[in-house]
Design a protein around this ligand. Structure first.
Ligand code: SF4
Ligand code: SF4
Length: 277
């Protein structure tokens, strides 16, 4: 039976315990969170003026790496596969504008909050405090940037997950018959998952990282270290483009979409070969 527990949750991070779910499924969700879930990112920049010390290419790259709010974009813009030809195709792109100029005696830091949406007020940087470049006295930058939906597998700038990790849930069993209470396992355990209190060995499996130090130092072979079957911890941290729970649910949708496409292709092959299913 499948059981899902939310271990931790914040605006940018979620940790789930998935029970009764095979490793392959959880790993597919982990990978899809990084590679398959679409978000908006700047992909095309037109410079009208740039007298800063940085080249157009460096500024473009920095702009591209600024996460953009994408919750509404997933319903509003065409899928990445329809927008890859480099042309500013209808329904793919939204435009943002940046204009900054420093005075004769001043230096000016240009931040992500200076990027203004031109036609979609919902597509803006997730954080206004990201520095983009510093203008020296009397320097100027004016540009128009075009953002579109893309996927992390095309370029990491489109990945909504900054962290997506799967970990096993440890199982530490100490045999009372074999244990001599030498205390070495507690001494060498780097996370204090094993401690000795009032002459008793206490194990906190949630702290265990499966490093096997305890097993190596135990001369009595008293420790059985393994992990729980079909029980995994999935931790996803968002760039802010999508909520962490949306990333998990979109990852599953993307996997389902791929399987449906695969099934359709398979059906076509079977029907051309006269194979009935
Ligand atoms: S190292 Fe082995 S024998 Fe020593 S306390 Fe730990 S489990 Fe017991
Ligand atoms: S595997 Fe490592 S972290 Fe886990 S109990 Fe043993 S020493 Fe501690």
């Amino acid at each position: 039976m499948i059981d899902i527990e939310i271990l931790e949750k914040s605006d940018v991070e979620i940790t789930l315990i998935l029970r009764g779910v095979p490793l392959e499924y959880v790993n597919a969700i982990r990978r899809a969170a990084i590679e398959e879930v679409p978000t908006m990112a700047i992909d095309y920049v037109v410079f009208y003026d740039n007298t800063s010390a940085l080249s157009d290419e460096i500024i473009s790259h920095r702009l591209a790496m600024i996460p953009l709010k994408s919750e509404l974009a997933l319903e509003r813009y065409k899928h990445p596969e329809e927008c890859r030809d480099g042309a500013l195709t209808d329904g793919c792109y939204t435009s943002l504008y940046l204009e900054a100029e420093s005075g004769p005696q001043e230096e000016l830091v240009v931040y992500s909050r200076d990027i203004k949406p031109q036609d979609d007020p919902d597509i803006v940087p997730v954080n206004g405090e990201i520095p983009i470049l510093k203008l020296g006295p009397q320097q100027r930058v004016v540009l128009e940037a075009w953002a579109r939906l893309g996927r992390g597998k095309e370029h990491i700038k489109w990945s909504p997950a900054t962290i997506s990790v799967l970990t096993y849930i440890p199982k530490v069993i100490i045999s009372a018959d074999r244990c001599t209470m030498c205390g070495l396992c507690a001494e060498y355990c780097p996370t204090k998952a094993i401690t000795i209190r009032a002459g008793e060995i206490v194990v906190d499996e949630s702290k265990c990282t499966l490093c096997r130090q305890c097993v190596k130092v135990c001369g009595s072979e008293a420790i059985d270290l393994s992990w729980r079957k079909d029980e995994y911890k999935l931790r996803i941290e968002s760039s802010g483009a999508l909520s962490p729970e949306r990333i998990v649910s979109e990852a599953m949708l993307q996997i389902r979409k791929k399987l449906v496409e695969l099934r359709e292709q398979l059906d076509k092959v079977f029907s051309t070969k006269g194979v009935s299913t």
